[in-house]
Each structure stands twice: as structure tokens, then as C-alpha cells.
Design a protein around this ligand. Sequence first.
Ligand SMILES: Cc1cc2nc3c(=O)[nH]c(=O)nc-3n(C[C@H](O)[C@H](O)[C@H](O)COP(=O)(O)OP(=O)(O)OC[C@H]3O[C@@H](n4cnc5c(N)ncnc54)[C@H](O)[C@@H]3O)c2cc1C
Length: 384
Amino acid sequence: MDFELPEEMVALRELARRFAAEEIGPNAREWDREGEIPDEAIKKLGELGFMGTLVPADLGGAELGYLGNAIVIEEVARQCGGTALMLAAHNGLCQGHFMVAANDAQKKEYLPALASGGMFGAWCLTEPSCGSDAAALKTRAVLDGDEWVINGSKMFITNGAKAGVYVVTAKTSDESKTRGISAFIVERDTPGLIIGAKEDKLGMRASDTVPLTFEDVRVPKENLCGELNNGFIDALKVLERGRITIGALSVGLGRGAMEEAISYGQQREQFGKPLVEHQTLQFMLADMAMEIDAARLLVHKAALLQDAGQDTAIESSMCKLFASEIATKACMNGIQICGGYGYTKDIPIERLMRDAKLCEIGEGSSQVQRMIISRHYLDMKGVA
Ligand SMILES: Cc1cc2nc3c(=O)[nH]c(=O)nc-3n(C[C@H](O)[C@H](O)[C@H](O)COP(=O)(O)OP(=O)(O)OC[C@H]3O[C@@H](n4cnc5c(N)ncnc54)[C@H](O)[C@@H]3O)c2cc1C
């Protein structure tokens, strides 16, 4: 077991850290307020390969693997959760679904544009009436000659306002709940695709989240992505990988809270000494450091196993669950260390806290992760 990152990953971390600190951090408060990441920033993310972290080089991607992707996401999230969520949905979910299920022609048609950042991607599973029980979705696709006709609604779609392409799950058979769903590639300007207003969210405000309505949306038969009726099984594989990204995002947010709390606590004096010299606050920082390190180890373990081609359903759930919960805790304690100033927007921990809460909900809530993990160990009769 080697706990040292390979040289190229250290270099990648330095590149991502410097870029995020210089180009994202100083703007994050404004992007949070405006609810928008400017095109110029997306262009730079594309130039660095961060809009195509997981895509092979021959399709225009940076081919960084899951470890490289986790490293980039942690550094971006350290500065701005919303930008990291935009990347997570674009790379991990939309491009992730193409990598899991699309045929060669579909990959060649869409991945180069997505991986360069020239086109945004969105992934549409959740519906107004179902999130945790995603297989209960009601959107339906019916074959009519050479076209699929899609009708229904999707909810909470990250990047949905700007996307050029959407991967959309829809019911194609009533014979089975989980094996009666297929995925479709839908382009932005397809008639009948209605993009709703942006949600007014607690956090992750730089990233857009919209509802979508499909009214007789017609796509060519060839836009079926993956095997017919296997779309939900593919979606579970996408989520297995995506949860590693949310784990990394959470680590970045938790680390941000700790670093900001240390920086403030070193300046501010109470009772004649800096805040960080009071032992009660030191103990909070010690817990943060330990939990962030443990979370990162879980994330990197899942990423390395995924890069080695192994299934990581349990490792992905564990890293996402643990990292998201300790991130929220780190943010809450970070605010506590900063006192009244921590409760204002002068110190960015309040934003990190608002962003962190989403990581306990999106891509399967904490309760759903606990269901996945406990079922696995119950099946194995409890051997961990
Ligand atoms: C900012 C944001 C971005 C998102 N981006 C996307 C996206 O790009 N694409 C996409 O498809 N979806 C996206 N989502 C949707 C997200 O994945 C869902 O919100 C999430 O899966 C939870 O579903 P829900 O909101 O319908 O909650 P519900 O499923 O209604 O759950 C509500 C609560 O009940 C709990 N619960 C549910 N079932 C059980 C149970 N059996 N036992 C115990 N507790 C249970 C849940 O844990 C949760 O706490 C996004 C959501 C947000 C907020």
C-alpha cells in the first residue's frame, strides 16, 4: 500500500490548487451571489482539461482517471462548491453516462465537444415525484417509426440551463421497475424540450439547477444510449462513479472551512491570545484535520479501485457519506471558531457550509448511502 501520490498527481494537484486559488477563489462570492459561472472561467477550465477529466485522450479528454478527477474536484471545491458541482455533473454524470453506455459513434459525436468545455452536459434522472426511489420515474419514451417520443418532467437538473446535450432516463417497458428504463441523448434545441427557471437554492448557487419538461420530444432511434431497458442499471454505474466525485467535492469544502478557520483564528485575539491558542478551539481543529484526512483516504481508495477497473459501489457510498457529513460538521465548527464574523459573508465558511449541505442530499442522500452499505453487510452476514 502506497500513501504517496504519484509524481504526476502531485503536479496535477499543484496546477489545480494554483488555478483555483488565483482564478476561482477571488470570484466565488460574486458567482454565488449572481448564480452564474462566467463563460471566461469555463473556457479556462476547458483549456486545463478540467471539463473532460475522465474522457480518454483520443476523444479529446484529459484522461486523468478517477484519482486525477478527485484531486481536481477537491481543489476547485476548496474555493467554490458551485463550480465543483458544475464539473461533477458535467464530467461525472453526463460524460460518465456516455463512457458507461454510449456506442462509439455517440462517443465520437459528443465527447470531444463536452470534454473541451465547448458544450455543457447535463444528466437527468430525478423527477418531481421521485428522487431517492429513482426507478419509480414516470417520464416515458415510445418508439414511433424511426423516432423515440419522450414525455414527462425532470427535476433538479444541474447544468440544465446551459447544457447543449442531456442524457435523459425514461420508462420504455412496464415489465420490470429497474429493467424497464432506457437512456436517451437529447440535444438542447429539440422541439418540445422546455427548460424551466433556475431554482433559488440554499447553496451551490454558482451552479444552475433547473426543472425540464418534455412534451412530445422526438429524437432519432439512434439516440438510445446503451441497451434498451438497461438505462437504470447504467445509471447506477454512473452514480457509483459519481459519488467518488461528490466525496472529493466534500473533502475540498471541509478543508476550506478548516483553512479559513485557522487563518481567522490566528489573527483574532480574545482573552489576550489568538483564538487558535485556546485549547477548546484547537480540539475542534484537530477533529477537522483527522476527519478530512480520513475522508480523503476513503475517496482516494474508491478512486484507485475504480481506476483499477473494480466495482466500488460500497467504497463509493462510504466515501460520499462520510466525506459529506464531516464536511458539513467542519463548516459548522469553522463558523463557530470565527464567532459572529463567521456568521457573515466576510468569511467564506458560511458559503462553504451552504454548499456542503447539498453533498448530503445529491447523488443519493445520506439515508440512501446507509441503505446501500447496510444491505451489503447484511447480505455478507456482517463481515466488514
Ligand atoms: C442542487 C441539486 C442538484 C442536483 N442535480 C441533479 C442532477 O444533475 N441530475 C439528477 O438527476 N438529479 C439531481 N439532483 C437530485 C438529487 O439527486 C435528489 O434531490 C436526491 O436524490 C434526493 O431526492 P429527493 O430530493 O426527491 O428527496 P426524497 O427522495 O423525497 O427524500 C426526502 C428525504 O427522505 C429520505 N428518504 C427517502 N427514502 C427513504 C428511505 N427509504 N428510508 C429513509 N429515508 C428515506 C431521504 O434521504 C431524504 O432525506 C440534484 C439535487 C439538488 C438539490
